[in-house]
Design a protein around this ligand. Structure first.
Ligand SMILES: CN(C)C(=N)NCCC[C@H](N)C(=O)O
Length: 279
């Protein structure tokens, strides 16, 4: 008779209350193409985008998180992607400087909101960076993407301003043009990621830093399943990422599936719509 080894039970996970900033997609549209997901000829439905976004906001509220809102600006259809607007760590704001002219006015709009809402220490970045789209904060380190949007010089600028170690990761697949399309933090000390989005050297760095990471496959990455938001226990994630949702459940997390298919037409998912305000 073969004796099967006992399965380790998944550890209990603890949720921490978060503060998020979001922007209702009232002016959402796909009128230009700055990433491979965007097709202006196919367009997008702003009404449907608003309904899906409302459901995302309600999911955060139901989980007990605080959600602040910034007014959308006409003519800035991508402003719904609040994560790109800044990086806020320890109450300090590293301001975004967008790579594409179409989005450039969003940086000052987010910086103005943050200043008006108690975040006095705002650095206007010298180097191109797209906020939390390319900077993901864990307890002891900030992971920073480069290759498509954010410059390595911005990684150094953010490290100096925030006083946290910043680890550069190189993205190599244009579908995953921001770090938060390919990786998300699972609480403060672990991550989930899609290895195929990274250069060989960056994959080796991730393996060394996170030997216990959750790995996603291309199917889950291709529905922006890695563009997820975890509060330590709950993971707000695109519903189509079925394989990853199952793995997260096996690892003791509580997936909260959402439908953001309309916003994906611009290349965004739950995380893109969510800027975390860390006091
Ligand atoms: C990771 N985050 C925040 C995002 N991926 N944001 C979506 C940005 C979409 C926009 N059309 C753009 O291409 O900039």
């Amino acid at each position: 008779m073969t004796v099967m080894p006992a399965m380790e039970p998944a550890p209990a996970r603890t949720a921490l209350r978060r503060r998020y900033l979001m922007c209702r997609p009232e002016h959402f549209a796909v009128t230009y193409a700055i990433n491979p997901w965007m097709d202006p000829a196919a367009g997008a439905d702003a009404g449907r985008a608003v309904a899906q976004w409302e459901a995302l906001r309600n999911a955060y509220l139901a989980l007990g998180h605080e959600v602040s809102l910034i007014d959308p600006v006409p003519g800035l259809p991508d402003m719904v992607f609040a994560a790109n607007g800044a990086l806020v760590v320890g109450g300090r704001v590293y301001g975004a400087r967008f790579a594409h002219a179409e989005r450039r006015a969003e940086g000052p709009a987010y910086a103005a909101w943050l200043r008006a809402n108690g975040f006095a220490d705002v650095l206007e970045a010298e180097h191109t960076n797209e906020g939390e789209g390319d900077f993901l904060t864990l307890d002891h380190v900030i992971l920073a993407g480069t290759g498509f949007r954010t410059e390595i010089a911005a990684h150094q600028e953010a490290q100096e301003f925030l006083g946290r170690p910043v680890v550069t990761l190189r993205l190599v697949d244009p579908r995953f043009y921001h770090l938060d399309t390919a990786l998300f933090p699972l609480g403060g000390d672990n991550v989930a990621y899609y290895p195929g989005a990274f250069s060989p050297g960056s994959r080796a760095v991730l393996e060394r830093l996170f030997p216990d990471a959750v790995l996603a496959d291309e199917r889950d990455a291709a529905v922006l399943g890695l563009n997820a938001v975890c509060d330590g226990r709950n993971v707000v994630i695109n519903a189509e990422a079925e394989g990853l949702i199952g793995t997260l459940r096996d690892r003791g997390y509580e997936p909260v599936p959402v439908d953001l298919s309309e916003l994906r037409k611009a290349g965004g998912g739950p995380k893109c719509c969510t800027l975390e305000l860390r006091a």
